[in-house]
Design a protein around this ligand. Structure first.
Ligand code: SAH
Length: 218
């Protein structure tokens, strides 16, 4: 079922009010981005009717587009500033990349599954937002485009990759769902100050795992 015309505007406003603002996210730029970026264009046609619901959705290849609240929460914690260079690990549908681009960041995003990377490029183009999508193993970061102001990982990782740390600017930050135990992941924000690393823990969450290498398809 396709969402006709401007119907989605009401759905996205309600999503932001009931799922995001209601759970305590108040950053008006984040709320605006989640309202204005058409999330239904990042899922397949047959799931568009659920695009503004309070859940992750399948995007094929056993992967998911994250729940809207989780995208908003991670965006709020990352706090991207216009012009900042941001690297995302785990492009998926391209929706998180679109939100960061909407907020004015220069976005680079890595995906290991080729058809997802291609579809994400198309999705971003369709909504008129710019992010550079790379087909690669995100565990290695993106040395050719480093250094970054911030890195956001949208798949669960058991550790913070040394490659990511090396590719950060001074005072750079890394946000990821850290895998602590089977079935237990928690958002960790690290800020790399000159004299020390500041660590803060946030929501418990569930993400698909960060895997190694490129996906070999049929
Ligand atoms: N941010 C996405 C959702 C991420 S789902 C969105 O907004 O839709 C996690 C994605 O990470 C999946 O597409 C998965 O294929 C990808 N992924 C997992 N391990 C990876 C790796 N090592 N490098 C790059 N992408 C990876």
């Amino acid at each position: 079922m396709a969402i006709w015309g401007e119907n989605w505007v009401e759905l996205s406003k309600r999503m932001v009010r009931e799922q995001i603002a209601a759970r305590g996210i108040s950053n008006s730029k984040v709320l605006d981005a989640l309202t204005k970026v058409p999330r239904h264009l990042f899922v397949s046609d047959d799931l568009q009717f659920m695009a503004y619901d309070d859940c992750p959705l399948p995007i094929g290849y056993d992967q998911t587009i994250s729940q809207p609240y989780m995208v908003a929460r991670m965006t709020e914690l990352l706090d991207p500033k216009p012009g900042e260079k941001i690297l995302e690990i785990g492009t998926g549908s391209g929706y998180q990349a679109a939100i960061l681009a909407y907020l004015g960041a220069e976005v680079f995003s890595i995906e290991r599954i080729e058809p997802l990377a291609e579809r994400a490029r198309r999705n971003l183009k369709r909504v008129g937002l710019k992010a550079s999508i790379f087909l690669a193993d995100g565990k290695l970061g993106l040395p050719e485009k480093a250094p970054f102001d911030a890195i956001i990982v949208t798949a669960a990782s058991a550790k913070v990759s040394k490659a990511w740390e090396k590719q950060l600017k001074g005072n750079g930050r890394i946000l990821l769902p850290l895998h602590l135990h089977p079935g237990v992941e928690r958002l960790l924000l690290r800020v790399y100050k000159r004299e020390k690393i500041e660590e803060k823990w946030y929501d418990y969450c569930r993400f698909v795992p960060l895997l190694s290498g490129l996906e070999k398809l049929g």
